[in-house]
Design a protein around this ligand. Structure first.
Ligand SMILES: NC(=O)c1ccc[n+]([C@@H]2O[C@H](COP(=O)([O-])OP(=O)(O)OC[C@H]3O[C@@H](n4cnc5c(N)ncnc54)[C@H](OP(=O)(O)O)[C@@H]3O)[C@@H](O)[C@H]2O)c1
Length: 316
């Protein structure tokens, strides 16, 4: 089968289209013929070797942390799936990437794709949908009428956060670049701050929750934007930040929370249901074909993408 692989850490230029053996299906897994994989900032962090403690340093490696495709074989202990089902998911592995024609993934990390959602759309929303849903519901516990700020509002996670926060009845302020301002409004923001013409430091309002998907607004700087009992949610977990926040949060009223997205079939099914019911719309997508994968990663790493970049496989 064809796969994108790399043999040493580096920039997108280390990515090559190579041929390798198809995996075997594990007893708790689904063998999936992949049709689309989205590009996430985490792919770049792993590929550059920034997370080698978690990703390991054994090569060749394959990028890709989410997928959409068709079930080709079902593990002996798996129930609820059949050959031919269209599925999407986030396996939660930093060691085993998804950007290959066939992958074996834990069935517990996959859900069926609703009929109205195509493969590229399903791949685009798997990781960022889970991240946003879990950040809003399980980490920040956003409640109706709360005032929420989303810094980095027009990336993949940001556009899902805007919509899910609105669905919860929150008042949402987005921080976006100039070209993202109309998109942030379209995706549900009540107010939008253009970070190219206005500094976030000049915002006078106070928020119950600040989400920082940009990774440019540390907790220390966000505190003055928070209500006395406000919650800040960061998206870059590290052992140090997780331990630090767990130790210090009991002694301060403003909380520093950190998302660590978990694979969840139930959450994916919920995201699929919300899209099918038109409660949530997909972030805009830009699609690349498999041989152009390196260009797709470059595109994301250059910044300025509104929504998601997705790589289509020849199986599509
Ligand atoms: N912890 C977890 O479990 C988890 C899960 C998913 C994602 N993440 C992380 O969450 C982050 C966001 O993911 P994503 O997929 O949404 O990435 P993304 O699509 O690249 O979005 C990042 C956003 O930040 C904006 N941004 C950049 N500089 C900014 C600034 N100075 N002020 C305000 N906004 C700024 C970008 O806008 P412009 O490009 O227009 O400037 C872009 O909209 C990444 O670091 C990712 O690794 C973590």
């Amino acid at each position: 089968m064809n796969a994108i692989t790399y043999s040493h850490f580096g920039g997108p230029d280390v990515l090559k289209l190579t041929r390798s053996e198809s995996p075997r299906v594990g007893s708790l897994d689904l063998l999936v013929r992949v049709r689309a994989v989205s590009v996430n900032p985490l792919d770049g962090k792993i590929r550059r070797g920034e997370l080698r403690l978690l990703s390991g340093a054994r090569f060749p490696k394959t990028p890709g942390i989410d997928f959409a495709g068709v079930v080709e074989a079902v593990g002996a202990k798996v129930t609820g799936f059949a050959v031919g089902d269209r599925v999407f998911g986030y396996p939660g592995s930093m060691r085993k990437g998804t950007l290959s024609e066939v992958v074996s993934v834990p069935a517990a990390s996959a859900a069926k794709i609703p009929r109205g959602l195509d493969d590229v759309g399903a791949a685009s929303v798997a990781m960022v949908g889970l991240a946003a849903l879990q950040a809003i519901r399980d980490v920040a516990h956003v409640a109706p009428k709360e005032r929420v700020l989303v810094n980095g509002a027009t990336g993949g996670v940001g556009l899902m956060l805007l919509q899910l926060a609105r669905l919860r009845g929150a008042h949402v302020t987005a921080v976006a670049s100039t070209k993202g301002v109309p998109v942030a409004h379209q995706f549900g923001a009540d107010d939008v701050v253009d970070y190219r013409s206005e500094s976030i430091a000049d915002i006078r309002e106070r928020f119950d929750v600040v989400f920082d998907t940009s990774t440019k607004l540390p907790f220390s700087a966000a505190r003055r934007l928070l209500e006395p009992r406000g919650r800040y949610v960061g998206f870059e977990p590290s052992p140090l930040s997780l331990i630090g926040s767990a130790l210090l949060n009991p002694f301060r009223r403003q909380k520093h929370l950190i998302l660590v997205a978990k694979p969840s079939a139930a959450d994916l099914a919920e995201i699929g249901r919300m899209i099918d019911a038109h409660e949530v719309v997909l972030p805009p997508e830009e699609a690349f074909d498999l041989p152009d994968a390196a260009r797709a990663f470059e595109r994301v790493e250059r910044g300025g993408v509104i929504g998601k970049v997705v790589i289509r496989l020849p199986n599509a």
